[in-house]
Ligand binder design. Structure first.
Ligand code: AMP
Ligand code: MG
Length: 414
């Protein structure tokens, strides 16, 4: 098939065709703290009650509820203090009628006691505690298993681990946890003009922004970047880098540059000769030139070379692929409603992703363009809170146009 015979796919179709090639990766067992933001690959049941024993919710006196039944301001009840119990210890004697035990929050209720009178509600005289009201059964007491029951399914597979799930795993006595492993994602920048950040600048050259922004995005979304550096625009150099990626056993290959219509756009050629190209081009701006295929079963996404295009294509297509391999199911970025502060014009029937910063004014969110929207203007991303989505069919936006804004990162300032 000739390149210009490839249809320009709508964003949703391109995305669906990419995601059809990804599955959650196999599980690995890791220390629970390393499990933050990872996805459980096992069902976690509790093998005990939590709390394990019925215990006091307050610092106070453990009593027999029946002993307090008639207590009032005018007819207080006096009980004999027979022991002192800190959290972490179990009392070796029962509480008999007429007795009370001084007890600290979390300490197991002594046998016979079934209510707790808090310190601030009682008076003490010598070895007696004086109660001024009745304490119904189980007042200020936490029951064994009231949080988690023995045998209960506490964390089902597929759950994303946050701080509370990690705390729960610790409470359940699990030092390690099974999660889907992180994808290893190769990152390759292409172009004779591209040099690394540490290389001395020379006329005609530009520094490799994409290799770093794409690697940072991989890290941000939970993958492991495998940096392959920069390949010049030759079939031989690119083919060698692809073989290197395969030898390293990566799960996904991301290239940038070399996928449009220029003389030296060799990524498509190498994809076709070493593997198979599934599609090319998406109906969007920035980011139209984009190739997807596979080499020896490893999916390859050829991101456009322009720094803004490569980042936006990553957010739309590579991000959900990485999340899928991690076992995540919520693949959409958050989207909010806003008013587009400046009208825009265009006529190319592509979906536009405008870089915007957000402002809250009079209870409304306004989306302002971050200046020049050229796909090479990386500063438009640096200043962006999100991407305002302009539908394909619209040639110009009326004033105060309501737009959906895909949030890149929640702004630090409200
Ligand atoms: P290409 O898609 O290879 O034609 O590249 C499109 C534009 O993006 C050209 O101006 C390239 O110089 C630029 N470009 C390509 N790769 C990178 C990169 N890694 N970092 C910054 N700019 C790049
Ligand atoms: Mg190029």
């Amino acid at each position: 098939m000739k390149y210009d015979e490839y249809p320009m796919l709508p964003v949703e179709e391109a995305r669906a065709r990419i995601l059809a090639n990804f599955r959650p990766l196999e599980p690995e067992t890791i220390p629970i703290l390393d499990g933050l933001d990872r996805v459980l690959a096992e069902d976690v049941y509790s093998d005990m009650d939590i709390p394990p024993l019925t215990n006091t919710a307050m610092d106070g006196y453990a009593v027999r509820s029946a002993d307090t039944a008639g207590a009032s301001e005018t007819h207080p009840v006096r009980l004999k203090i027979v022991a002192d119990l800190a959290a972490g210890y179990v009392l070796d004697r029962p509480v008999q009628a007429g007795e009370a035990v001084r007890i600290m929050t979390g300490a197991p209720m002594p046998e016979g006691a079934d209510a707790v009178a808090p310190f601030e509600q009682v008076e003490v005289e010598g070895d007696e505690v004086i109660l001024f009201k009745p304490y119904p059964q189980w007042k200020n007491v936490r029951h064994a298993g009231e949080d988690v029951r023995k045998g209960q399914l506490v964390l089902p597979r597929g759950k994303v681990l946050r701080a509370q799930e990690i705390g729960m795993l610790a409470a359940l006595g699990h030092p390690t946890v099974q999660v889907h492993r992180r994808p290893r994602v190769a990152v390759l920048s292409t172009g004779d003009e591209v040099i690394d950040v540490t290389d001395p600048w020379q006329p005609g050259k530009i520094r490799d922004a994409n290799g770093y922004s794409v690697s940072a995005l991989i890290l941000k979304y939970g993958g492991e970047p495998v940096r392959l550096g920069i390949a010049p625009d030759t079939i031989e150099a690119l083919t060698e880098k692809m073989r290197e990626a395969l030898d390293l056993g990566v799960d996904f290959i991301l290239t940038s540059g070399g996928v449009s219509m220029g003389d030296f756009d060799v990524v498509k050629k190498v994809l076709a000769s070493e593997g198979e190209m599934h599609f090319w081009r998406a109906r969007m701006k920035p980011g139209k030139p984009m190739a997807f295929g596979e080499i020896q079963g490893v999916p390859l996404l050829g991101l456009p070379g322009n720094p803004v295009s490569s980042m936006i294509s990553f957010e739309l297509f590579a991000r959900p692929a990485i999340l899928t391999m991690l076992g995540k199911k919520k693949l959409e970025k958050p989207v909010i409603d806003a008013i587009l502060a400046e009208p825009v014009k265009r006529k190319d029937n592509r979906r536009h992703y405008l870089r915007v910063w957000l402002e809250e004014k009079d209870g409304q969110t306004y989306a302002h363009l971050t200046g020049d929207q050229g796909s090479g203007i990386l500063l438009s991303m640096v200043q962006a809170d999100g991407l305002a989505i302009i539908p394909e069919e619209l040639n110009s936006t009326p004033p105060d146009f309501p737009v959906k804004v895909m949030i890149l990162d929640w702004p630090e300032v409200a």
